[in-house]
Design a protein around this ligand. Structure first.
Ligand code: CA
Length: 145
């Protein structure tokens, strides 16, 4: 697999962006998706680098969540900033990853991404509810490496 188009059609991509918009409509948190073929860095390290490159460490409440997927490597990472990481149950990210991986194994990348976005969104809504004056701090578009 070598082209991101094999993963997500433009229509799928719009569905993922819509899932982010919906999730963010009830929280001050920010969710982003980054897709790339491969990384020479360990994937957690690379996800942290992307998190920084996308300025996700600059949200007011430190409540950004990045879903990073290196598709040729068959690896993905969900990375929450300190604010969200401090409050979710310790196994939350692993549970979320397991559910996403089930979809990915079936080749259904759209459903996997949306499942992750929805689960992260639910926790963000609980711990960082949307309040008057919240702004969309980070783009909802999918970022590509
Ligand atoms: Ca956003």
């Amino acid at each position: 697999m070598s082209d991101v188009r094999d993963l997500l059609s433009r229509e799928d991509e719009l569905d993922v962006i819509e899932a982010i918009r919906l999730a963010e409509s009830v929280t001050s948190g920010e969710i982003r998706v980054h897709l790339e073929r491969s990384s020479t860095l360990p994937h957690l390290e690379r996800a942290k680098e992307v998190f920084h490159l996308l300025k996700m460490d600059n949200t007011k409440l430190q409540n950004g969540v990045l879903i990073y997927l290196a598709y040729d490597d068959h690896q993905f990472v969900i990375l929450g900033d300190r604010g969200i990481d401090a409050v979710v149950e310790p196994d939350f990210w692993d549970t979320t990853k397991d559910l996403m991986a089930t979809h990915f194994r079936n080749g259904d990348f759209k459903s996997g991404l949306i499942a992750g976005i929805e689960l992260a969104g639910e926790r963000l809504r609980i711990y960082f509810p949307w309040t008057e004056g919240n702004t969309d701090e980070l783009s909802n578009e999918i970022s590509r490496g």
